[in-house]
Design a protein around this ligand. Structure first.
Ligand code: 1Q0
Length: 216
């Protein structure tokens, strides 16, 4: 294939990444989880400049996680569970705001991605069950209102609303998602959705069990 192939978004790769992040014992592997997000960034970048802000914000969160992973205590950042245990034990979670000179914790950073994963789950569900005349911009906005807007400042909500208007039509979106056709695209969406939901639910349980669902 083309030498540039790995730069193109592939929904199969997205699905594989989130699937691979789940171990049989219910641990979530962070490297695989983040590689799923990197695949999503490729998709966002293929949507054009209107999604630059969202893409850069996602990259910045991934970057913070990777800093932790390559740091002195990197081996504690192999799974969601080991990261939570480590940051809890060391008092690094940041239940109150951390001092400025300290990097954002892995837990509060992952929580941002985790909430965004809910947005994705809702959106993919809407898209995969939508009718031919459905408008992706509306599906995005509904999912956003439910999953993310409550956590975002006013200016972010305005910027995101503008980005949604720049989304392509449903037909074009399916073509980008899966050039092999809408029928296959839908099957792949459902597959991806299954893994994403599982990963979301496990992370949610871990965070809820430590009262970590609203870290500043
Ligand atoms: C395709 C359209 C994607 C739009 C998704 C809506 C998410 C908007 C997020 C915009 C955030 C930009 C401004 C900064 C926000 C931060 O304040 C906020 C909180 O962090 P902090 O440190 O201030 O407390 N940050 C976040 O909430 C992180 C958000 C991460 C971005 C989530 C992007 C979700 C994108 C998914 C990929 C779209 C692919 C759709 C189709 C996929 C098909 C398989």
């Amino acid at each position: 294939g083309s030498p540039f192939q790995e730069h193109r978004f592939q929904i199969q790769r997205l699905m594989r990444a989130f699937k691979a992040s789940l171990t049989p014992s219910g641990q979530i592997l962070l490297w695989e989880y983040l590689s799923g997000w990197k695949e999503l960034i490729k998709f966002m970048d293929s949507l054009g400049a209107a999604f630059g802000l969202v893409s850069r914000e996602t990259q910045s969160k991934i970057g913070i996680m990777e800093q932790h992973q390559s740091g002195e205590h990197g081996h504690h950042y192999r799974t969601v569970q080991s990261m939570v245990a480590f940051e809890l034990a060391r008092g690094l979670v940041g239940f109150q705001s951390l001092p400025e000179d300290q990097p954002p914790s892995g837990c509060r950073t992952l929580l941002r991605l985790h909430r965004a994963l809910k947005w994705l789950e809702l959106f993919l569900h809407k898209l995969s069950t939508s009718r031919k005349d459905g408008a992706p911009s509306q599906m995005c906005a509904e999912a956003y209102r439910e999953a993310l807007a409550p956590y975002h400042r006013w200016w972010v909500r305005q910027a995101v609303a503008l980005a949604f208007l720049a989304l392509p039509s449903r037909q074009e979106l399916y073509r980008l998602l899966c050039p092999e056709g809408e029928h296959q695209g839908q099957a792949l969406l459902l597959g991806a959705l299954g893994s994403i939901s599982q990963v979301y639910n496990i992370t949610q349980e871990v965070f809820a069990s430590h009262q970590m669902l609203d870290l500043p």
